[in-house]
Design a binder for this molecule. Structure first.
Ligand code: PGA
Length: 249
């Protein structure tokens, strides 16, 4: 059975006080126990939130990490540091990082390597732009992102990864991919994993949908056979919405 996962990507939002107010509300809500909840706050809050949430089994992740293990890289945060404050997951290759920080598949290979070397789980993001979909190039774009970013991994390593499909045109726009569009792409991604590795491995990897996922559309998305949960941006900043999404399976 694949894990059902709901991960909240807070991006660059919340001050210390606001972050704790949000975490407290989520922690005191009733959430389906079979769902793995992950909060991905900005770096300064990870340690406290991980400590605070350990009793409620809400895991914490980082939104990014350096491709280097340590050293003179001013302003960077290593996977080893993230592990040392008890986070369990790292987002790799979010479309905002690909676009604004020029992260390439080649660079992401190094980040995935750092994440896995520190026994953390990467949540590897892929997604196409609207023009690419309109020209019907979306499958090719996703294939390239997945192949170049992940398919150098061994069988053992790939089973430690989570994949998030986030069509760029749906992120923060209020425009969700339809459940059928999302399912079609998730099935395609699972097919790529099957062809490269095996059905057993493909069936074991959780593939999350992201892009304007909210309490209204989560149920229909999560009911699809290849959608194993969501990577939630905007709606993860409101406790009630995040909890409602987590309870949508
Ligand atoms: P959104 O963001 O839910 O605000 O569209 C999703 C994401 O970027 O991970």
């Amino acid at each position: 059975m694949r894990k059902k996962i709901v991960a909240g990507n807070w991006k660059m939002n919340k001050t210390d006080t606001e972050a704790f107010r949000l975490v407290k509300r989520i922690n005191t809500s009733t959430i389906d126990e079979s769902v793995q909840k992950i909060l991905m706050p900005p770096f300064p809050f990870i340690k406290e939130i991980a400590r605070f949430s350990s009793l409620t089994k809400i895991a914490v992740g980082a939104q990014n990490c350096s491709e280097h293990p340590s050293g003179a890289y001013t302003g960077e945060v290593s996977a080893e540091m993230i592990k040392s404050v008890r986070a369990k997951y790292v987002l790799v290759g979010h479309s905002e990082r690909r676009a604004y920080f020029k992260e390439t598949n080649e660079l992401l290979v190094k980040k995935v390597e750092q994440v896995l070397a520190n026994e953390l789980m990467p949540i590897y993001c892929c997604g196409e732009q609207l023009e690419e979909r309109e020209k019907e190039g979306h499958f090719e774009v996703i294939k390239q992102q997945i192949t170049e970013g992940l398919f150098h991994l061994t069988e053992e390593q790939i089973t430690k990864c989570i994949i998030a499909y986030e069509p760029i045109w749906a992120i923060g726009t209020g425009k969700t991919a339809s459940a059928d569009q999302a399912q079609e792409m998730h099935a395609f991604i699972r097919g790529l994993i099957k062809d490269k590795y095996s059905s057993k491995i493909a069936d074991s990897i959780s593939i999350l949908y992201g892009g304007s996922c909210n309490p209204k559309n989560a149920k229909e998305l999560f009911a699809k056979p290849d959608i194993d949960g969501g990577l939630i941006g905007g709606a993860s900043l409101i406790a009630q919405d995040f909890v409602a999404i987590a309870n949508s399976f």
